[in-house]
Design a protein. Structure first.
Length: 178
């Protein structure tokens, strides 16, 4: 698959402040690596408790990955369908020179196939959309961030796609953590 460049408006410096966007509240970015106790403020994760636990773990522990944000809401183009995404990057202290970020999706899909078979891989490949964008962490560390989106009918369905991804990110790159 191909990870596409993110088009459209997105933040360029992280963490970003809260804002009101198109009639809805954006609580801003919460740095869970520094403030894991604030996870309950991320309302989307309260609807996805399994994913919430995995997001807390990947941020709280000394891992190579940190999450930057997530979202869950109604799909704008299909009634009764939910959209969700998770955004993440490698922590600034992690040396990523040996990692091809444009190939991260394929590595994940290979893992899914190895663990759950070709049908599971096909399901993930057809449902997940991957994007990459540039961001400055703490206004000083330029990194490539990834945005992985999925559509489904229920928060539980969304979790079934995003939770395995967060699990894989945690275990696959743990050896890079300092």
């Amino acid at each position: 698959m191909t990870i596409e460049d993110m088009t459209g408006k997105t933040y360029q410096i992280w963490p970003f402040r809260s804002d009101i966007e198109e009639g809805g509240l954006n609580i801003g970015a919460i740095d869970l690596t520094r403030y894991p106790d604030r996870i309950d403020e991320i309302l989307e994760l309260n609807l996805m408790p399994t994913l919430k636990d995995k997001v807390l773990r990947i941020n709280k522990e000394n891992t190579a990955i940190m999450t930057l944000g997530c979202w869950l809401g109604e799909a704008p183009d299909i009634q009764g369908v939910l959209d969700a995404y998770i955004q993440f990057c490698f922590r600034p202290s992690v040396n990523t020179t040996g990692i091809n970020l444009n190939n991260l999706d394929d590595l994940f899909y290979e893992h899914v196939e190895e663990k759950a078979g070709k049908e599971a891989r096909h399901s993930m490949e057809t449902r997940l959309e991957w994007f990459v964008f540039d961001v400055k962490l703490y206004a000083q560390h330029p990194v490539k961030a990834l945005h992985v989106a999925v559509e489904a009918y229920t928060p539980s369905d969304l979790e079934s796609f995003l939770s395995p991804l967060v699990n894989w990110l945690h275990s696959e790159f743990l050896h890079l953590a300092s």
